[in-house]
Design a protein around this ligand. Structure first.
Ligand SMILES: [Zn+2]
Length: 362
């Protein structure tokens, strides 16, 4: 289950608002109310959070439109107060495409900042002393609102251009290195640079500001998983779903009972099952649902199975399957060949396949 708010679908892209946005909103309202702020001030701040959200959305739209130009579909987009995370159906291996797709996001913020720079104009805010600034910026005018938005867009652009994974800057660095080195080497160098930056932030955070500690942790985790993903996708290159699928799988009829299912589970090592009727796949039985209903032995398979599922074909690339599985709550897919069920693929099996390949290649 996800605590994110689903905003809707746009051309097949699911747009979600990360829960930290609510945390930010609640925190702002609470701290304002506790300090005795006026209604105007609270409203001003809430509208501002909304405006920041729109700027993050536009940043991600920049990535989305650039990716679409290269035939890459964005399946999911999560908006965070510091930027967004987009999930694409396949990654590009071309450094030029990666460079353009990644640059498109911060570029949107730079364009918004540029428009605001002249529209406000920002030059009105130059040449004050600290006290004058304080009085000026404490006014809830539309002009100040736009000025803060200008600062936010500059910050979004600069922050996302820090050359560390998982930020845009890290990808830009990798793409640039990719022109000269292999993708695995480029990722490894970019990951090392990300770690150096994260450790620098960690030390500065310990000395000065705890917020930097969180940022450092975010970069460390992000860069570790990026390196891991690229390494694993490289291992899977050249393989098809056929090579890693489970071939001897037990299938059930929708009319069979939970009693039958439990007997099979206890006898072997299978945990998820495909449900077939007249040679057609009609549903999937997930381990979690079987356990949940294990006390109702007379329940029929069709009452427990999930009917909303994806299938894979034997000739699909294994690296694509791997990415898809990372997205799923139940990483288990039936595999078909010429529309007929021939096996299944799950994450455990794929993981085992990866472990063996790792020994072979490195
Ligand atoms: Zn971005």
């Amino acid at each position: 289950m996800s605590a994110n708010l689903k905003l809707g679908k746009y051309y097949g892209t699911e747009i979600q608002l990360h829960w930290t946005f609510f945390l930010l909103t609640v925190w702002i309202v609470l701290s304002e109310v506790l300090s005795g702020a006026s209604v105007d001030r609270v409203l001003f701040n809430l509208q501002f959070v909304l405006a920041v959200m729109i700027c993050v959305l536009l940043h991600e739209m920049g990535h989305l439109l650039a990716a679409r130009k290269f035939g890459i579909k964005t399946t999911k987009m999560v908006l965070l107060p510091v930027g967004g995370i987009s999930t694409v159906d396949k990654t590009t291996e071309s450094p030029k495409e990666e460079l353009l797709i990644t640059l498109a996001g911060p570029l949107v913020n730079i364009i918004i900042a540029g428009i605001l720079f002249f529209a406000i104009p920002v030059s009105d805010y130059i040449g004050y002393n600290f006290l004058e600034y304080f009085t000026l910026l404490n006014e809830f005018s539309f002009k100040n609102f736009l000025f803060f938005l200008f600062i936010v867009n500059i910050t979004l652009a600069v922050f996302n251009l820090i050359p560390a994974f998982p930020l845009d800057g890290g990808r830009i660095l990798r793409a640039v290195l990719d022109f000269k080195f292999s993708r695995v080497t480029a990722t490894r160098i970019a990951t090392t640079i990300s770690h150096v930056i994260a450790i620098f932030l960690l030390l500065t955070g310990l000395l000065f500001n705890p917020i930097l500690l969180f940022l450092s942790l975010f970069l460390l985790i992000g860069s570790f998983s990026e390196n891991q993903v690229v390494h694993q996708i490289d291992l899977l290159k050249g393989y098809l779903v056929r090579d890693a699928m489970l071939k001897n799988i037990t299938v059930f009829d929708p009319k069979e009972t939970m009693e039958d299912v439990i007997r099979v589970i206890l006898r072997g090592s299978e945990t998820n099952f495909v449900v077939v009727k007249n040679k057609k796949i009609v549903g999937l039985l997930y381990h979690k649902d079987i356990i949940e209903n294990s006390n109702k032995r007379s329940l029929l398979v069709q009452e427990v199975m999930t009917t909303n599922f994806k299938t894979m074909e034997t000739k699909e690339e294994l690296s694509v399957a791997y990415r898809l599985m990372q997205e799923e709550t139940h990483p288990f897919f039936p595999v078909t060949e010429k529309n007929e069920l021939v096996g299944a693929i799950d994450f455990d099996n794929l993981h085992e396949f990866l472990l063996m390949e790792d020994r072979l290649k490195y």
